[in-house]
Design a protein around this ligand. Structure first.
Ligand SMILES: [Ca+2]
Ligand SMILES: [Ca+2]
Length: 596
């Protein structure tokens, strides 16, 4: 399912790490996302597709999706991140970080990326999880001492003084996750005892000394608890288990702070690695295939409100009111080639529609396909061309880049050109309510930048006229409005059965309908002679004097048959197509687009 239709918009412009992301932390004051993991490089999805080296740590400007100069580098896998004030806390297997020896827990300046003077001494092992609360940094992992003091797998620093506190719970195995709340620290992991007392994978300790308190749901099966999130007085547990407090619960469960198991039961099929609250719901990531590795669940009913089509594991998430960020090992989200980190923003309501159309210029009757010469010749631009022609989109309608992988697709789904799809007011069809760039395939399918239909267009579900525009063909609009919603509506302008506004809006070509070509000037009419005609620009393009000249290797308005050659005379020229469109005999005739 396209994510936009389900209330989330994927931000495809974010730079993309090349290898797994295991930790994500958001600095919501400065709108920066910090990423940790095992990557060595980040790649720009936009032209000229540049790359930067980043060893296991990177920062992304959440406003633009661009990688920031921040580059501390780490020589071992980064597993946990936290931000507090000017410090970024890096946990994992690294020894060198920010240019200094700072084993397992490294404190790095949030802007310079350099290690600060604070050098915590963690005994051999690794740091697994952080929780920042009320001026303290709680952390867990595998270690036996901190700053020379005995600490078994859990400890806490006072951030004001950079000194170890007295907090020292005593698990017999790994603590993977913590939630600090109301003077307590709720713990989840692989442990089965805490300070010698039986605790099956969960425990509650006080936040001063780590002494055991009463909350301890029994989690049975698999390898235990991997993540916890809190909403109000409910703690949500995720991981690898089959039973909580004697009741069946696969990989996810909810338990009140009073210890009562809630009915919440999303029945996830495989491992849940991460959970975060997100705008009043619980977002979950993992390697479960029943919600394609990420789900957002209602906190009471557990109904999944959205899912994202992530094609690999999600290991870490972070959420704010404006962003949900997922990191992992995936290589695509909703068919977009988004790798290792996916940023989503809450989306306005949208409608889904499948549009099909043919352009007369590149259309080949014998095959009922359009030619893709512009693409095959490497002339198609990676971004939409209509803004440069003076077209004004509704907000966000122009955004996005066609990936080189998409423009390398051949066959019937090869891309012919960029088009515009418009939704128009059902009470006033001259008014464009929403418009969006899209790509046209040889067989007539109009697809989004992920190469698949339907298009999801941000607009409230309602009735709209649907219009399509092309840069040198005459646009058309449906004769009647369609009731559009998140459920896909199909509109086929290739078919005579799909009626259109006006008279002779399309040309009949055998059993198909095609958009009239000939509008070189993109002014909604095809004109052969007189002021502002579409013919003279063709002559100008080839040099202005010698009509037998041709112009090749350019993406041009004048190339009406879209074969990659601007040609004024002779076989396969572009000029005659205008004459055919206006009627073929009276050169002063004009054909206007049938668009209000
Ligand atoms: Ca024109
Ligand atoms: Ca041509």
């Amino acid at each position: 399912m396209p994510c936009a239709a389900q209330g989330l918009q994927l931000r495809t412009e974010w730079w993309r790490p090349n290898v797994v992301v295991l930790a994500v932390a958001i600095d919501s004051v400065n709108n920066v996302a910090y990423l940790g993991g095992d990557f060595s490089q980040l790649n720009d999805p936009d032209p000229p597709f540049s790359s930067v080296a980043r060893q296991r740590l990177a920062a992304i400007d959440m406003n633009t999706g661009d990688v920031l100069p921040w580059n501390p580098g780490a020589d071992g896998q980064v597993i946990a991140l936290a931000v507090s004030g000017n410090n970024v806390f890096v946990g994992g297997q690294q020894v060198q970080c920010g240019g200094q020896t700072r084993p397992y827990l490294s404190v790095v300046d949030r802007t310079s990326g350099l290690a600060t003077s604070w050098a915590p001494q963690i005994s051999n092992g690794y740091v697994k999880a952080f929780a920042v609360n009320a001026g303290r940094l709680f952390f867990t992992g595998q270690f036996n001492s901190v700053d020379g003091v005995g600490r078994t797998g859990a400890a806490c620093f006072d951030l004001a003084t950079s000194t170890l506190t007295n907090w020292a719970p005593q698990p017999n195995d790994l603590i993977r996750t913590m939630v600090v709340h109301n003077g307590s620290v709720y713990l989840g992991g692989a442990f089965t005892t805490m300070a010698g007392v039986a605790c099956e994978r969960t425990a509650q300790v006080d936040d001063q000394f780590g002494n055991l308190l009463g909350w301890a749901p029994t989690v049975i099966g698999g390898t235990g608890v991997y993540t916890m999130a809190r909403l109000g007085s409910t703690l949500y547990l995720g991981g690898d288990f089959s039973e909580v407090n004697g009741q069946p619960r696969n990989q996810a469960a909810a338990v009140g702070t009073n210890g009562t198991l809630a009915s919440w039961n999303p029945a996830i099929t495989q491992m849940v690695h991460t959970m975060v609250p997100f705008n009043g719901n619980i977002a979950m990531g993992g390697d479960f295939n029943n919600f394609s590795n990420m789900a957002i669940a209602d906190p009471t009913t557990a109904n999944a409100l959205t899912w994202s089509g992530i094609n690999g594991q999600v290991f870490a998430m972070a959420g704010t009111t404006t962003h949900l960020i997922a990191g992992g090992s995936f290589n695509a989200v909703s068919n977009y080639p988004v790798t290792k980190v996916a940023a989503f923003t809450p989306a306005a309501p949208s409608v889904a529609l499948t549009v099909r159309m043919f352009l007369d210029g590149p259309y080949v009757s014998a095959t009922q396909l359009m030619n893709d010469n512009l693409r095959a010749s490497g002339l198609l631009p990676y971004t939409e061309p209509y803004t440069a022609l003076g077209y004004t989109y509704s907000t966000g309608g122009a955004t996005g880049t066609a990936a080189p992988t998409l423009l390398s697709v051949t066959g019937n789904n090869a891309i012919v050109d960029w088009v515009v799809v418009e939704l128009r007011n059902s009470a006033n069809s001259a008014q464009v309510v929403a418009s969006r760039r899209a790509l046209l395939q040889r067989d007539g399918d109009v697809v989004d930048l992920n190469g698949v239909a339907p298009l999801t267009i941000p607009a409230p579900p309602a009735s709209y006229y649907v219009a399509v525009r092309h840069r040198n063909h005459l646009g058309v609009m449906s004769a009647a409005p369609f009731a559009l919603s998140v459920n896909t509506t199909s509109i086929d302008f290739r078919s005579a059965g799909q009626t259109t506004f006006g008279t002779d809006a399309r040309r009949v070509e055998g059993s198909r309908m095609v958009l009239w070509c000939g509008d070189v000037t993109f002014d909604r009419s095809a004109k052969y002679t007189g002021t502002g005609n579409d013919r003279d620009p063709i002559l100008t393009a080839i040099g202005g004097s010698l009509p037998t000249n041709t112009l090749t290797g350019q993406y041009r308005q004048e190339d009406l048959n879209m074969d990659g050659v601007v040609k004024y005379t002779g076989a396969g020229n572009d000029r005659d197509l205008i004459l055919l469109t206006i009627g073929g005999s009276v050169p002063t005739a004009v054909r206007a687009a049938q668009l209000p």
